[in-house]
Design a binder for this molecule. Sequence first.
Ligand code: SF4
Length: 208
Amino acid sequence: MRSTATTLERTRARFGLTPKRLAADTAYGTGKFLDWLVGQEIEPHIPVWDKGSRDDGTFGCSDFTFDPDLDQYTCPAGKILRQFRRNYTVARTDSAHDGIRKYRASQKDCQTCELKAQCCPNMASRNMLRSVHEEARDQARQLAGTPQFVTSRNERKKVEMLFTHLKTTLRFERMRLRGLSGASDEFHLAAMVQNLRRMARLTAAAAA
Ligand code: SF4
């Protein structure tokens, strides 16, 4: 996150540019990073890093509906999952631990539920974990697959292909010069070689 903030700040200072969207791969799709980006008013064109999906056929996160006003989930059987099911002497308002909130279904509801085998076959009742950054994650999910997202993804791939080409075809796998100016010179030379190769290919194609 810090390196992205530095890059954005430098781009702003040097070119006067403030991006409206940012494209990156799933490694950047964490709740914390997406939340930070949304806070900067930059659209996250980034696939969400989702560990909530299940591959055993039981209901996943998308089968439950979250109501932000009531701060509760509704399960596929129409029952409510809340953070707190007991009446505490001092009312509790947030169960967040390490950035995750836990919403619990009632054992009474789950044990008599016809959908239990599809929902929580090995547990007395169903729990749902929700990141404190879930709203930003939802925003990123809604953007995924939109025409703007697809354009960003294609543009990102074009840039990343150049780095892949440098590493795999031109064998530019590590810097040989040290220091910022050494790295800058070496990288510019590598980019020049790459552009010359491209020019030669395009010129040959045009002449053919
Ligand atoms: S098992 Fe519980 S949480 Fe799952 S669908 Fe049934 S009532 Fe809802």
